[in-house]
Design a binder for this molecule. Structure first.
Ligand code: SF4
Length: 354
């Protein structure tokens, strides 16, 4: 059985980051943030290790946007600590996130020395005008170069994308998804843009120069991208920022499509498309149908506030019951009506029919 993965997150702020991405408040925060010390890194790892069960797969994750942009001696200090734990078998992998233009052979050779196995790149968009308007300070070409180099060094690769940035629209987001497919990452994350306090985007928003996506638009766009990635065997490991004490309405989120479970909203919407497709193609017009799935999948299949159940009942004039089955794993679903039993995996159905 696949081991459950546990992450030890270590936030490494890019002190003195020379960039001014419109959505980031790092430049404002960094003035108040202390440098991350060796003790802090050790303490964070030790504290987390105590909370994990035996046989867990453990990764130390350095995040904060631009790990390889910080001075090399600092990179070595932090990586050296993580490597000690890796060498002793106390953790299983080291991962980090960085910018595409902070990747070159020297940097990657250093990461190899410290046994880093996963690199995530903040790509955001593959449309140059969107990157420019978002003041990212790099172009799509830098992403292609970085990805090719990372591949040569055989790292596992993840790409982080944002939708709804200034100048972005549905067509550009989907173009980005198709260009990302060509780069063949191992996984992606999709982040709908939020207007965060003390960012340039907040100013643009308040001056009426930026309109964030609505929640519905964010779900629609994420869904279309999700389907493109699934069809091309690229895992989508996250949609939407994780809710924290500050990432929340009334805290640091000023506007934008914030929802604590936006990933589930997207997945439920995908499942609804699959169920509608099956209802149509199988011409299921029985008065009652029962949909079975694993108990962990139930709330996603039914949809938040039973949205999928209500939609199917209204659209097809049927009574839909949802039941759990221990015999079904992952995304396997069985639909039973008086006349038919239909079994499928949501992922496989998308790959073969969408
Ligand atoms: S998101 Fe942009 S501004 Fe913020 S730390 Fe990363 S590179 Fe710097």
């Amino acid at each position: 059985m696949k081991k459950r993965m546990y992450i030890i997150p270590i936030f490494i702020p890019h002190l003195g980051c020379p960039f001014k991405c419109v959505f980031c408040n790092q430049n404002l925060i960094t003035g108040q943030q202390k440098e991350i010390t060796e003790e802090y890194v050790r303490e964070t790892i030790e504290t987390h290790l105590k909370t994990f069960p035996k046989n867990a797969e453990i990764q130390v994750s350095f995040f904060g946007g631009s790990f390889t942009g910080i001075p090399l001696d600092k990179q070595k200090l932090y990586l050296g600590i993580a490597k000690e734990y890796l060498d002793k078998g106390k953790i299983d992998a080291i991962r980090l996130s960085t910018r595409p233009d902070y990747i070159d052979s020297k940097i990657l050779e250093n990461l190899k020395r410290y046994r880093v196995s996963v690199i995530e790149l903040g790509v955001q968009s593959m449309e140059d005008d969107v990157l420019l308007k978002s003041r990212r300070g790099h172009a799509s070409e830098d992403v292609v170069k970085a990805v090719n180099l990372i591949r040569q060094y055989h790292f596992k690769l993840g790409l982080q994308l944002m939708i709804g940035l200034p100048g972005d629209n549905l067509e550009k987001s989907l173009n980005t998804a198709y260009k990302i497919v060509e780069l063949k990452p191992d996984f992606v994350r999709i982040y709908p843009t939020l207007v965060i306090k003390n960012t340039y985007l907040e100013r643009m928003y308040k001056e009426g120069r930026y309109r964030p996506l609505t929640l519905q638009e964010a779900v629609e766009t994420s869904k279309k991208m999700y389907i493109i990635f699934i069809k091309n065997d690229i895992e989508v490991i996250r949609i939407g920022l994780q809710t924290t004490e500050n990432i929340n309405y009334g805290k640091d989120v000023v506007a934008g499509p914030f929802h604590p479970a936006i990933g589930q909203l997207v997945e439920s919407n995908v499942i609804l498309d699959v169920l509608k497709n099956i209802m149509e193609r199988e011409k299921l017009r029985d008065k009652k149908i029962t949909i079975f799935c694993n108990k962990n999948y139930l709330s996603t299949v039914v949809g938040q506030k039973k949205v999928n159940k209500n939609f199917l009942e209204e659209m097809y004039e049927v009574e839909v019951k949802f039941k759990t089955s221990d015999k079904l794993f992952g995304d396997k679903i069985v639909i039973c009506s008086d006349k038919k039993i239909i079994r499928f995996s949501v992922t496989e159905f998308i790959k073969n029919n969408f």
